[in-house]
Ligand binder design. Structure first.
Ligand code: ZN
Length: 339
C-alpha cells in the first residue's frame, strides 16, 4: 500500500536525532537576518544559498560558510527561546510526540560573547517548557561536545553538562570524525556516565576505513548506548553483530546522509538492509533548518525508496521509544502509542 505524504506525516513519531541549533524555520531566519542587518547576497533570491544546504555537498568550504551564517542567527536569549519553541512546534506538526533536541554550546558561544553556557541553556529550556505546556509534546536536551575542539575546552564543557545534569537527558560527541578519534574523549564520557547522563555518539557517518573501529570504540570506551548515524557499520559484520548483541540503537537520518554524500543515492542507503538484519534503527531529521527538510522527508525516503510499511514504521518508533533518554515520567504518557 502506498502511503501519502499526509499519511506519513500523521504517523505517531519519536525523534532522537535533531540539532536544535540547526532547526530554524526559513521564515524566522530571514526575519532575524534582517533585524541583525547581516551582510548577505545583494539579491533576496540568493539568500537561501547563503544559509541552506539544498544539494549534495561538493564544496566543504561553501557548506561551512552556511553554518557560520546560521551561527550568526543564534545571537540572543530571546531568539534561542523562539527557535526552541518553533522547532518543537514543527515537530508537533509532524505528529512527533517525543523529541530529543541536541546542541553544541561551543558552536553558539563561538559567535556570541554576550551569551554564556547558562544563558543558552535557560533560553532553550524556556522555549521547550512553553512548547510542552501549550502543545503537550515531550522534549529533552542532549549536550554536544565538538570533537574538533581542543580536549581541554571539551573537558570544561563536559563539566558544565555534569553540573547541570538535571537539564540534560544525555551527552553527545559530534563533528567530522576524520582526524578526531573518539578515544581521547573516553574519560569525559565515562565521567558523564557516572553522573547518570545517557550517551549517544556521532560515529560511522562518512565512508572511512576506520569507521567500524570508531563505532566500536564509541561503544566500548565512551559508553555509547546509541550511535548517531552509524550507517558505515553496513561494511563491518562484526560491528553489526555488536549493535544487535548490545542493543545499540542507530539514529539514522537518510536525507542528511544523502546531502553529505555518506551514500551517493537514496537507493544505495543501507537503512533497509540494517533494519532487515534486526539492527535497532530510528529515523531523525538531523539539521532540518539548514537542510530545509522535515522528518517526513526521511519517512518518504524510507517508504518510497526502501518500501518501509506502516508496521515497519511502528517498529522503528517502538525502537525509538525504548531507546529514548527522556525520563520515565515523560515516557509514560506515550506508552500506549508505542508499546
Ligand atoms: Zn547529527
Amino acid at each position: 500500500m502506498t502511503l501519502s505524504t499526509a499519511q506519513l506525516r500523521s504517523i505517531p513519531k519519536v525523534e532522537l536525532h535533531r540539532h536544535l541549533d540547526c532547526s530554524m524555520r526559513w521564515s524566522t531566519v530571514t526575519e532575524i537576518a534582517k533585524t541583525l542587518k547581516m551582510d548577505l547576497s545583494s539579491h533576496p533570491v540568493h539568500h537561501r544559498k547563503d544559509f541552506l544546504v539544498m544539494d549534495p555537498m561538493v564544496n566543504l568550504e561553501a557548506v561551512l560558510k552556511k553554518f557560520l551564517n546560521t551561527q550568526k542567527i543564534l545571537s540572543s536569549e530571546e531568539i534561542l527561546t523562539r527557535l526552541a519553541y518553533e522547532a518543537s512546534e514543527d515537530a508537533y506538526n509532524e505528529n512527533t510526540v517525543m523529541v530529543e533536541f541536541r546542541y553544541a554550546p561551543s558552536f553558539i558561544l563561538d559567535g556570541h560573547s554576550n551569551l554564556s553556557f547558562e544563558k543558552i541553556l535557560s533560553a532553550f529550556q524556556k522555549g521547550l517548557d512553553m512548547a510542552e505546556e501549550k502543545l503537550g509534546i515531550s522534549t529533552g536536551l542532549i549536550g554536544i561536545l565538538q570533537r574538533i575542539k581542543p580536549l581541554n575546552e571539551a573537558t570544561k564543557i563536559m563539566d558544565q553538562f555534569c553540573e547541570h545534569k538535571s537539564s540534560f537527558v544525555g551527552v553527545d560527541l559530534a563533528d567530522n570524525e576524520e582526524g578526531f578519534d573518539p578515544l581521547p574523549f573516553a574519560p569525559l564520557f565515562q565521567k558523564a556516565k557516572k553522573q547518570g547522563l545517557h550517551i549517544t555518539i556521532h560515529s560511522g557517518e562518512s565512508p572511512n576505513v576506520q569507521a567500524g573501529q570508531w563505532i566500536l570504540d564509541s561503544i566500548n570506551h565512551l559508553g555509547a548506548q546509541r550511535i548517531g548515524h552509524g550507517i558505515q557499520s553496513i561494511h563491518h559484520p562484526k560491528v553489526i553483530q555488536t549493535l544487535i548483541d548490545q542493543n545499540i540503537t542507530l539514529e539514522i537520518c537518510p536525507y542528511s546522509n544523502w546531502l553529505t554524500q555518506a551514500f551517493p543515492t537514496f537507493e544505495s542507503h543501507p537503512i533497509k538492509n540494517l533494519f532487515n538484519q534486526n539492527v535497532p534503527i530510528t529515523l531523525g531529521a538531523d539539521d532540518p533548518g539548514v537542510f530545509t527538510s522535515s522528518l517526513t522527508d526521511d519517512y518518504e525516503i524510507a517508504h518510497r525508496v526502501h518500501g518501509f510499511t506502516v508496521d515497519d514504521f511502528k517498529k522503528v518508533n517502538q525502537t525509538a521509544f525504548k531507546a529514548s533518554f527522556l525520563p520515565e515520567a515523560k515516557k509514560k504518557k506515550w506508552e500506549s502509542l508505542f508499546l
